[in-house]
Design a protein around this ligand. Sequence first.
Ligand code: MN
Length: 261
Amino acid sequence: MIYLKKSFVDACPVEEADVCLLGIPFDSTSISHGSRFGPAAIREALKDMEGYDSETGVNPFEKLRIADLGDIEIVPGSYKLTAERIVDTVEWIREQNPEAFVLSLGGEHLVSLPVIETLKPKTVVQFDAHADLREDFIGKKYSHADWAHYVARDFNLVQRGVRSWSEEEGRAIEEVKGNKISGPTYLTVDMDVFDPAIAPETGLPEPSGWSFDEFCNNLDSIKNENLIGADVVEFSPNGFNSPTAFLAANVIKKILSILSS
Ligand SMILES: [Mn+2]
């Protein structure tokens, strides 16, 4: 008998996996303390969290075959070089296994963009406190505050939970407001969509956010759509085993529960 407490899943080859898990610890455009330690803190919480989902009666971590690929070797300070590495890695996963659900852990919200551009869903559902629809941010293109501008240009963007935006973004919000979920869908969850009372460790907390039940209700509304990938981003841990870490782990559990039900 051996006693090994690994990450929450058994190792599984990429070509046999239902889900490929990827950490993307990039936070170089963040204006507050970073989210680069998000993947490590989420994996640690996943080790201890109850895997069984009492609502669906399924333990998605046992039912799904999950390949944890580790973290992308990012290039600090360079989104361009980091994005090339993200694209190459996600393309490689797709080549090995075109059916695999790609689940990534940020990192700041900008890391979602190259994953989305590689997976090419029809719809991108964004759970976020912020619109992130600026054309640039403090004179710079490609940051945590403008990634959704590029998504809205090329994909059907559906925003939920957004409660903070600039005057400039107000016009862009109106343009995407009527969009409906359809076709292959990618879900990106910014942890600041939750209320700061339950998720204080985010880059830019905004009051009046979601409860976990509100998250689940919004997730249920995309349940029957064709979900091809997801990410959880903008979790900036101050340490291990915090409420925000376990909330992020439970977000992952609920997403995987939908895939396995
Ligand atoms: Mn946000």
